[in-house]
Design a protein around this ligand. Structure first.
Ligand SMILES: [Zn+2]
Ligand SMILES: [Zn+2]
Length: 193
């Protein structure tokens, strides 16, 4: 049996006996077995297994390739532009280190605009900057603010009005959600051999 996702969240199942359409949400299949007995036929079961094992995207998602590492990942069907896998994705509010300067930033937004298309206030694209030549122009731009520039009001960090900068995704290194002062401690990066 070969399972292929359709654009409308359903799946085509090709078998030696015929080709059927499975709808996981409706728990339906177009095969005679399902039509006659309303049984949970083997096609429905097969689609569920393939989704669970990550071989086909779940309903509402589509396959995409991570712009940083090239690994296959699933993203919402409506998402356009360059995409990132779970390992390279950024979530607003998480800390990241700039690989060029070592500065610690807080991510404000993960865009789906390419670095060679995203224009800064200076009217240049992010990819145009000399500090970004080693990062892919096809990568999505991550917007982030320098931690030093953040001001806390009543103990809550206010991201409104904070100056944000755009970076190619792989220029920033994720630091997780730990406190930036802890995360910014010297790392044990391997020495050149
Ligand atoms: Zn069936
Ligand atoms: Zn990746």
């Amino acid at each position: 049996m070969v399972v292929r996702p359709l654009r409308d969240d359903r799946y085509v199942v090709e078998t030696d006996h015929g080709t059927y359409v499975v709808d996981l949400d409706e728990r339906s299949c177009t095969c005679p077995d399902h039509a006659i007995r309303g049984a949970r036929c083997k096609h429905l079961r097969r689609v569920a297994i393939e989704v669970n094992e990550g071989r086909v995207p779940p309903p509402g998602k589509r396959s995409a390739v991570c712009a940083v590492c090239g690994v296959r990942t699933f993203v919402p069907i409506a998402e356009r532009g360059p995409q990132l896998c779970d390992d390279h994705r950024f979530t607003p509010g998480e800390f990241a280190r700039d690989r060029e300067t070592g500065s610690v930033l807080v991510v404000t937004e993960l865009t789906t605009e390419r670095a060679d298309e995203y224009e800064t206030e200076e009217g240049r694209t992010v990819a145009d900057y000399e500090t970004n030549v080693h990062y892919g122009g096809h990568e999505p731009v991550v917007e982030a603010a320098y931690v030093e520039s953040l001001r806390a009001v009543d103990g809550v960090v206010d991201l409104e009005g904070v100056r944000r900068y755009g970076f190619p995704a792989s220029r920033l290194q994720r630091l997780g959600r730990s406190h930036p002062r802890v995360a910014a401690a010297p790392t044990t990066d391997a020495a050149p051999v």
